[in-house]
Write a protein that binds this ligand. Sequence first.
Ligand code: PAF
Length: 281
Amino acid sequence: MLVFNERKAIVSFLEPLIAQKKTIGFVPTMGALHDGHLSLLDKSLKENDVTVMSIFVNPTQFNNPEDLEKYPRNLESDVSKVEAFNKNVLIFAPSVSDIYKNNVTSENFDFDGLENQMEGKYRPGHFDGVGTIVKRLFEIIRPTNAYFGEKDFQQLQIVKKMVEKVNLPVNVIGCPIFREKSGLAMSSRNERLSKEAKEKATIIFKILKAGKKYFEEHSALATQSFVEKEFSKHQDFKLEYFDIAEEKTLLPCIRKSKKKKYRGFVAVFIEDIRLIDNIGL
Ligand code: PAF
């Protein structure tokens, strides 16, 4: 299996394939791979001639230095996982200096307000970091199709907006959230949870499902209070936000409209680990 650690090397490798009009599927990740990532790879392998996965813990998208430091990293085990899954995947695992030279900073983006909601409110600068790295990776890999999980639904909408604004020739494809049997959304951060916390964290999806049902008969505001009350029954959890927002604009739902699609978004701490999830309403 081919693993590239330098941007120059992967650019030279891909150049002739792009010239031959091969389709390139791309799955960007920060490693600590789980079955959710593999499901993105699976889709890419089925839909493209060539599939590239990047593994890069991007420093500019972490607003909290401790979070960056503690982010799980294990390139060797990630490479083995991908190799066991499919040897044809090309891995791109560059160093920070290869991507950022000696200027580890973000570009400033205008995502038409998508960046001001939810994650953007609580993680200042996060989406500028995401936009910066995804744009750089797209410029290096030049993918035809790029695959993103809907667990980071706001990120998915932001990447779509970035591609539209910068005018990059990439189809950004959102893929459904991959869950454990228990309902817990798969996330690299789950690796940091104790066994007990991982079990307790299954209530996140249970509450989201209850919220979805409640929303059928009640307003967004009432549903928000309902969900907040449900979380308050669980002492181990610290709810950061539960918001109901319109899928496209991510603006909060004030009055329900049958013409619009809504989602419930949650960020919650357990054992000081921040987990996010969402559900279509
Ligand atoms: O979702 C992630 O893992 C990251 O935000 C991404 C898209 C790989 C950018 O660093």
